[in-house]
Write a protein that binds this ligand. Structure first.
Ligand code: PLP
Length: 463
């Protein structure tokens, strides 16, 4: 992070310098730039890389770096008005998802975000796994279309029950899996039942695909089977999307009795259950096995992504399904995406089969536990009147604000006070049941930072 910002700073300085030179002029040597700007060789090489990517300089190995030929002067801006007419009235609302993926401004504490802070990511193990994967002679060849065999076997073992490697399709992360599955299962215009509240990214996919997400209330024991039955009857829906373990945003875990009931209700409705098991490797306390391990008739379509337990750019996941639906999902991925990049699949395989993998998972769980506890203590100290849950896994806590509070305005005010939190409203497919904030404990740098973040939030809420 530090390295990137110093490279960008140096690139800014060099850009100004390059403008005062003529095409073909030679830039000072890397050594001279290091001495002059008191930076490391990596910073110099990254800064020159930035300028080369912008077309301002060219590097000739062995000779040095030179000012590139000047680009032709910019033409008049084109009139693109016709595009609005051609595109018509269909818009893709990426606002919520973009917001989830935007890093906090410098100096702001992140109590939002759905990935591990870099200090919790297995950076070294990942680098070693990437290097080993890249050395495989077939690393860049076509992979088997459903994913490399050993990786499919690993996903099958992780899911448990009677899942076999043949049931596994390797995909490019959770978000792509959800898109592929929803597109495979449903025509535009169809209803899809979702927990309320739910992951806002699935709402974005559903709406962008012309589906109608229909809320089914979830309480502290997860999705309510009685209301699920009613929603199936009312809408004729054939699909329910749920996160039985550590629901994002509330952290709820579907209780064992309800697991049976949800499956029975779906069976009675002739419907599929999409199980987004995003928090499988983020359990603080023991959590139930995945729903798919209880599935006897191909009803559950299970999604497990590696981005959450490793790093956001390890964009590899699995969709596990059986029967004709598995064929439909495979065909959809093939048509839309071909297959996930083989080097990434090989990297995941190297990582999860290395001796450090169980150690990494233990370290993540331990860190998440103390972070969750740090947030609970900070709330008890700073905002004792608020109700905050104590999730048994995942990354998020759900905070009930006083009646009448405006969660969106409060989240904006919190950002101005230097802490990024998520307003609860976008997580509801329709009317929210009250004002909430989602607090993430995975993305801040430390427990001290989490405590400071809650302190800043308190100044906004009590000020
Ligand atoms: C519940 C849930 N599902 C799926 C995703 C998508 O994750 P990814 O595409 O990084 O695997 C997220 C990301 O925030 C999530 O919270």
């Amino acid at each position: 992070m530090q390295q990137d910002s110093s490279a960008l700073l140096l690139a800014d300085r060099l850009r100004a310098e390059v403008r005062s030179l003529r095409a073909g002029d030679r830039l000072p040597s890397s050594r001279a730039l290091m001495d002059r700007h008191r930076v490391s060789p990596i910073t110099v090489s990254r800064a020159l890389g930035v300028l080369a990517a912008e077309g301002l300089v060219v590097t000739r190995p062995g000779s040095g770096t030179f000012v590139a030929d000047r680009p032709a002067p910019a033409r008049e801006p084109a009139d693109l008005g016709w595009q609005a007419v051609a595109l018509g009235d269909r818009a893709i609302d990426a606002h919520g998802v973009r917001w989830l993926l935007t890093p906090p401004p410098e100096g702001t504490i992140a109590l939002s975000g759905g990935y591990l802070h870099p200090t919790l990511q297995p950076t070294r193990a990942l680098a070693a796994a990437t290097a080993r994967a890249a050395r495989r002679p077939d690393a860049w060849d076509l992979p088997p279309l459903s994913g490399i065999a050993e990786l499919r076997a690993w996903f099958a073992r992780t899911a448990g029950g009677d899942v076999t490697p043949a049931d596994v399709l390797v995909t490019s992360g959770g978000q792509q899996s959800l898109t592929t599955v929803l597109r495979a299962l449903l025509r535009p215009g169809s209803p899809v039942l979702v927990e309320s509240p739910t992951y806002l990214g699935v709402l974005s996919i559903a709406r962008a695909s012309g589906l109608h997400p229909v809320p089914v209330p979830a309480d502290e024991d997860g999705l309510r089977p009685d209301l699920l039955a009613e929603a199936f009857a009312m809408t004729g829906a054939r699909v329910v999307y749920c996160q039985p373990t550590s629901l994002n945003p509330t952290g709820a875990v579907l209780s064992p009795e309800r697991r049976e009931q949800v499956l029975a209700v779906a069976r009675a409705a002739g419907a599929f259950v999409i199980e987004d098991d995003f928090a499988r490797h983020l359990a603080i306390d023991p959590t139930p096995p995945p729903l798919i391990s209880q599935d006897g008739d191909g009803r559950v379509i299970h999604i497990l992504s590696l981005t959450k337990s490793v790093a956001p750019s390890l964009r590899v996941a699995a969709v596990i399904a059986r029967g004709p639906v598995a064929e439909r999902i495979r065909a959809t991925q093939l048509v839309e995406d071909f297959f996930p990049a083989r080097p990434l699949q090989e990297t995941v395989l190297e990582l999860v089969s290395s001796p450090g993998w169980p150690r990494h998972l233990r370290a993540v769980r331990t860190a998440l536990k103390s972070r969750r506890d740090a947030v609970c203590s900070a709330f008890a100290r700073e905002l004792p009147e608020l109700r905050v849950n104590r999730p048994t896994g995942g990354m998020h806590q759900w905070v009930r604000l006083p009646d009448g509070a405006d969660d969106v305005a409060l989240a904006e005010a919190a950002l101005r006070a230097g802490v990024l939190v998520s307003a609860g409203r976008p997580f509801f497919p329709a009317e929210p049941t009250g004002p909430f904030l989602r607090i993430s404990y995975s993305s801040a740098a430390s427990e001290a930072e989490l405590a400071e973040g809650v302190r800043r939030l308190a100044t906004v809420l009590t000020g």
